[in-house]
Design a protein around this ligand. Structure first.
Ligand code: FAD
Length: 291
């Protein structure tokens, strides 16, 4: 099932993101966590992809399992940076053969050791090239791309970021999922700007429930997201008390999601990080809203 069918239905829904294991030892526990999340019957589940190898080989195993055993539509992530065309083409063929209809086309973060390297000879420099490759593969994929309400850290300014985003959509993206954000006004401003620039595909806001104090620093470092005072106060107060922080983080994410639904968003993607209890709690909090 193509995710655009869900986005175009106009029904309010939640989807969840999981990540694959790093090694064989962790495979069974990760698989079981993703299955617990699948049992919640989200509108779809995305499975991330480890750039430059690592967890990448498990992405398809997890996505296929969720789809086949639980009938949950899946979105397989794929990155292209520092990969050869041959490798990427082989991966695309594997996704198609696994019967996965939806692919998240990403550049991936540039590995640290390649940050200063000459990129001119790379087969893929930006996600737009992967989007084109997927379109040219002949498989009828529903393709997603990433977008950044607070601009991508490498962009000079938002105007430039949106210009490239528009090119990515014109190359064949059917929808865009956002980087996490903790202040919905940033999303609303971003939506206004991209719509004005002519980007009309569905935008799926990504919400990260922060359920332990240490997670904040890491998440913010990775995403560059702005942390509002309201959220900082909550971490200051509850960050050292795990159960309290978990409850507060789930409540904050729920509040963000309700506000998004109230303002016209129909599908929210939750970065559930292989935590079935967090996914279930958020879904429970919204049970009469997304029924
Ligand atoms: P791009 O769209 O290529 O953009 C990257 C930068 O290049 C931006 O600054 C953009 O403005 C600029 N740019 C784009 N096109 C051009 C062009 N033609 N010329 C010049 N500049 C250009 N990473 C993983 O490794 N695995 C995952 O599973 C994963 N999932 C993600 C899911 C979401 C929803 C998001 C938001 C991010 C995810 N990431 C993942 C992280 C992502 O790979 C990084 O943020 C990466 O740095 C950029 O990827 P992109 O696809 O947005 O790149």
């Amino acid at each position: 099932m193509k995710l655009t069918e869900i986005f175009n239905s106009g029904k309010l829904s939640l989807s969840f993101e999981v990540f694959p294991p790093k090694n064989d030892t962790a495979f069974d526990s990760v698989k079981s966590a993703t299955e617990e999340i699948a049992k919640l019957s989200p509108s779809f589940m995305s499975v991330t992809y480890g750039a430059g190898g690592g967890t990448s080989r498990y992405t398809l195993d997890i996505a296929k399992n969720i789809k086949e055993r639980y009938g949950v539509p899946t979105l397989a992530h794929l990155t292209c940076v520092s990969s050869t065309r041959e490798t990427v083409r082989a991966k695309i063929e594997q996704i198609r053969a696994a019967g996965i209809d939806n692919v998240m086309a990403l550049r991936g973060d540039i590995p640290k050791e390649l940050l200063g390297a000459d990129r001119s000879a790379w087969d893929y420099k930006h996600a737009v090239e992967l989007v084109k490759e997927l379109r040219e593969s002949g498989a009828d994929f529903c393709i997603g791309g990433a977008c950044y309400p607070e601009i991508h850290p490498e962009s000079q300014n938002q105007k430039e970021d949106i210009k490239y985003l528009k090119e990515k959509v014109e190359a064949g993206c059917d929808f865009l999922t956002t980087q996490m954000f903790f202040d919905n006004n940033l999303l609303y401003n971003f939506l206004y700007k991209i719509r004005e620039a002519g980007v009309t595909v569905p935008i799926i806001p990504g919400i990260m429930p922060i359920t332990n104090g240490n997670q904040v620093e890491r998440a913010v470092k990775l995403s560059g997201s702005f942390v509002p005072q309201r959220f900082k106060a909550l971490v200051d107060k509850f960050g050292d008390t795990p159960e309290a922080m978990k409850q507060a983080g789930i409540a904050y994410a729920t509040d963000q999601i309700i506000d998004l639904f109230a303002n016209g968003i129909t599908n929210v993607h939750v970065y559930s990080m292989n935590k079935p209890d967090v996914a279930a709690a958020i879904q429970r909090n919204l049970s009469s809203i997304i029924s």
